[in-house]
Design a protein around this ligand. Structure first.
Ligand code: SF4
Length: 285
């Protein structure tokens, strides 16, 4: 039988091992079934007296994959034995896409009721409040924090009244407040009940100015279901900026190996269905 040699390394493959094509084929056929083993694709040296034979994989579930059978022999021996058989991807193999960490896979709208999405300590979308002192963008809230009675009024920058001849009346404010509070962006929703904390303590909560700012603000978290909507201060969701407690549980965990469970599988010539199992007799010598 002619053997093509794949020169992946400078070493020449061991001649005796390279000739053991039939042994390698029989080994992989015993594991995968003869129908799943195709042409011999070559042999490559792995070390002194150790070579790996490659066979085309004909299993339709693994296009482009190859069976790799490593064989070896002892010094001064002509007897070749099989080390292992594995299925390896070839150059054109169909592979799963690269794994992407969950925080990179996540998209706005993925967060559901009961889910937690803590903001990382270095999340660039958040900054300690003290760093923003003097920032016009947070002046209302900052002043309101210092003096609740003056929320949304004292310290607020003067807004030009251009284009508006009328503004929201007290009745209009009241109606809006009732509507918003009883909507799905208020406190009585499954999302809010499952939240780790209220919007009032969330860094993504941007309070409205004026009277409505006492109870309402806009959610500015792209990953929150309410992003861009008016939410009540006692609403909430799992993307709360301080939901750090959940961070530990989001870390990857070690795989669990079950050493007690087992699966029944067919072996060449032995069918599980036709096998009669008998209980082990206890106390037998
Ligand atoms: S809805 Fe969620 S993310 Fe948005 S402000 Fe409230 S707690 Fe924060």
């Amino acid at each position: 039988m002619s053997v093509s040699v794949t020169r992946t390394r400078s070493r020449e493959p061991d001649e005796t091992g390279a000739a053991a094509v039939d042994l390698a084929r029989d080994a992989v056929a015993a594991v995968a079934g003869a129908a799943a083993v195709g042409d011999h694709l070559g042999v490559q040296p792995d070390g002194e007296r150790v070579v790996t034979h490659l066979f085309d994989c004909l299993d339709p579930a693994y296009p482009g994959w190859r069976w790799a059978v490593t064989v070896a022999r002892a010094p001064r021996s002509k007897t070749v034995t099989v080390d292992e058989t594995v299925l390896l991807p070839g150059p054109g193999a169909m592979l799963a896409p690269d794994w992407v960490p969950w925080q990179d896979r996540l998209r706005p709208g993925d967060l559901g009721v009961g889910d937690l999405l803590p903001a990382l300590p270095d999340d660039e979308r958040l900054a300690p409040l003290v760093l923003l002192a003097g920032d016009d963008a947070v002046l209302d809230w900052y002043d309101g924090e210092a003096d609740p009675a003056s929320a949304g009024t004292a310290g607020s920058p003067e807004l030009p009244a251009a284009g508006r001849s009328r503004v929201l009346s007290a009745a209009g404010r009241e109606a809006a407040a009732q509507r918003w509070y009883s909507s799905e962006h208020g406190p009585r929703t499954p999302l809010a009940h499952a939240a780790p904390a209220h919007c009032a303590s969330c860094g993504f909560f941007v309070p409205l100015s004026g009277e409505l700012g006492r109870l309402f603000g806009a959610c500015a978290n792209a990953y929150a279901p309410d992003d861009g909507r008016v939410v009540s201060a006692d609403h909430g969701c799992g993307a709360h900026s301080e939901a750090l407690a959940a961070q530990a549980s989001a870390r990857s965990v070690s795989p669990v190996i079950d050493e007690f469970g087992y699966d029944l599988v067919d072996l060449p010539g032995v069918s599980v269905e036709e096998t009669v199992f008998e209980p082990l007799s206890r106390g037998a010598d």
